[in-house]
Structures are given as structure tokens and as C-alpha cells.
Design a binder for this molecule. Structure first.
Ligand SMILES: [Zn+2]
Length: 209
């Protein structure tokens, strides 16, 4: 951040005593510019014991595989954002109401918060990779070599554990903290799902255009 979005003046770091931290402040108009984490939404679309993954067309991580994910837009619910990203990247239409919470992820190193949903499809839909993807595919455990999965060390045991949950059908909600690039620092804590969903069964549908 270099110029003020209010007046175009130069911005510099300034210690704010009452907040106990440095902030970007405009030298001209004095407006404080806050850098808060952005929200990433992600969708684990599964069919049987396979999940839908995309090969990224752009950096960071060009050529590597990841589940559909992207930035939440203003005005969207988390579920709508996850469904939109899934459609944009793979062509698969998901009803936002059909999504179940899968994990909440601290990504402090990159100033982001991740919200991951999962949704089960009865049959594999036709895939139509969008401009952000080179390829989309349903893959089972071990279906993609570890070194080809984007940010694999930082994801800790997140992906293998999800495949294990697909096998056992004992789904959890995880609160995780992304690890560093060398793989250290990943943490997660599982919350068992004990209550029945309030969602009407008739709304649990997925569509494929
Ligand atoms: Zn200004």
C-alpha cells in the first residue's frame, strides 16, 4: 500500500499508541488504512471416495492441484462464494444450501482466513474447467503425487484425513492452522458432528448444467 485511496497522498507506517501497533496512515489526510485478513472459500466436492480437484492455471502454484477455492466477494454468503468458485473453476453447479461446513482455517502467514465446505454428489458431473484451471478431475487418495499438490506441506494432514473421513463416513469439522512452507506449525482440532442438520432434505440437491 503506497497511496491513499481517499486523497492519493503518500502512505507510511505510523505507530498508533492507543492501538498498540503500527498502521498505514496517509501523510496528507491522516486516514488510517487497515489491513485485515481476507476470506478464502473452498469446496470439497466428493463423489464416492473421490474429490474434485483443479490444476491451477496461474501463479501462485501454477500447474499444481488444489480443491476449488477463491476469495469471498462482498455481499456473498460463505456458501454462495464456495459454490461460485466451484462453478467458475470446474463448471459444476452446487446448491449453496447443500454445503456442509468442513473446516475453518487460520492462515496467519498470508493474512487470510479459510472456510472449507464439503458436498457429496451422487454421480460425477461433466467437468468444464474455467479460465483459472488447466484441468479438473475427480481423484482418490494418492491419485495425485504429493509434490503436485499446491502448498502440500502447509496443509498438514488435512487432505489425507479428509480421504479417511470419506472412507469411514465419520465426518468432522476441523479448526486448523495452516503450517509454514517447510511443513512445520500445522495444527488441527476436530469437532465431532453430533446434531442432525436443520436443513430440509428436499433442498439437498446438486445440479449439473
Ligand atoms: Zn489521504
Amino acid at each position: 500500500m503506497k497511496y491513499c485511496s481517499q486523497c492519493g497522498g503518500l502512505i507510511g507506517l505510523q505507530w498508533i499508541a492507543e492501538e498498540g501497533r503500527a498502521r498505514f496512515v496517509c501523510a496528507n489526510c491522516g486516514v488510517r488504512h487497515y489491513l485485515n485478513p481476507t476470506v478464502i472459500v473452498c469446496c470439497m466436492v466428493h463423489c464416492g471416495e473421490e474429490i474434485l480437484m483443479c490444476r491451477r492455471a496461474h501463479d501462485p502454484g501454477r500447474g499444481q492441484w488444489l480443491t476449488p477455492c477463491g476469495y469471498l466477494e462482498s455481499g456473498e454468503t460463505l456458501e454462495q462464494g464456495a459454490a461460485r468458485e466451484t462453478f467458475e473453476e470446474t463448471g459444476v453447479m452446487i446448491d449453496p444450501d447443500a454445503l456442509d461446513l468442513c473446516s475453518v482455517v487460520n492462515m496467519t502467514e498470508i493474512q487470510q482466513v479459510g472456510i472449507v465446505f464439503r458436498v457429496e454428489l451422487a454421480t460425477k458431473p461433466a467437468l468444464r474447467p474455467g479460465p483459472e484451471c488447466l484441468e479438473a478431475r475427480f481423484v482418490g487418495a494418492g491419485g495425485i503425487p504429493e509434490e503436485q499438490i499446491a502448498w502440500r506441506p502447509s496443509l498438514g494432514d488435512g487432505l489425507p484425513r479428509f480421504f479417511e473421513e470419506l472412507r469411514s463416513r465419520a465426518f468432522t469439522i476441523q479448526l486448523a492452522t495452516l503450517g509454514r512452507a517447510n511443513g512445520s506449525g500445522f495444527r488441527s482440532r476436530g469437532y465431532r458432528i453430533t446434531g442432525a442438520s436443520e436443513r430440509p432434505r428436499s433442498r439437498r440437491r446438486t445440479r449439473n448444467p
